[in-house]
Design a protein. Structure first.
Length: 95
């Protein structure tokens, strides 16, 4: 059963759910395309600690979700993700 109601902004909740599903699909595709490269970068910076690298990789993709609206779509996403990975790794190594 497909129930649709209007939220406070007057938009259909069904529409919002469809948009959320589309965003998840895009994120899944970006992880498929770039997740391995990000993980390998983090693994190299961690000295081979796979759990550490996996944690930072997850943080990189969380940053992507948080900042997706402000991204410049004309730029290379892999470069962006690897830069975020470098910065998060350095921050984690400092702690």
């Amino acid at each position: 059963m497909n129930r649709s109601y209007l939220d406070a902004g007057g938009q259909s909740a069904t529409w919002a759910a469809e948009e959320d599903t589309a965003q998840k699909s895009v994120l899944t595709e970006q992880y498929r395309l770039h997740g391995n490269a990000v993980f390998r970068r983090c693994l190299a910076m961690s000295g081979g600690d796979e759990a550490w690298a996996a944690d930072v990789t997850q943080d990189v993709f969380l940053r992507l979700v948080e900042n997706v609206a402000s991204l410049d779509r004309s730029r290379n996403l892999r470069s962006y993700l690897l830069t975020i990975a470098d910065r998060l790794c350095i921050d984690k190594l400092r702690r």
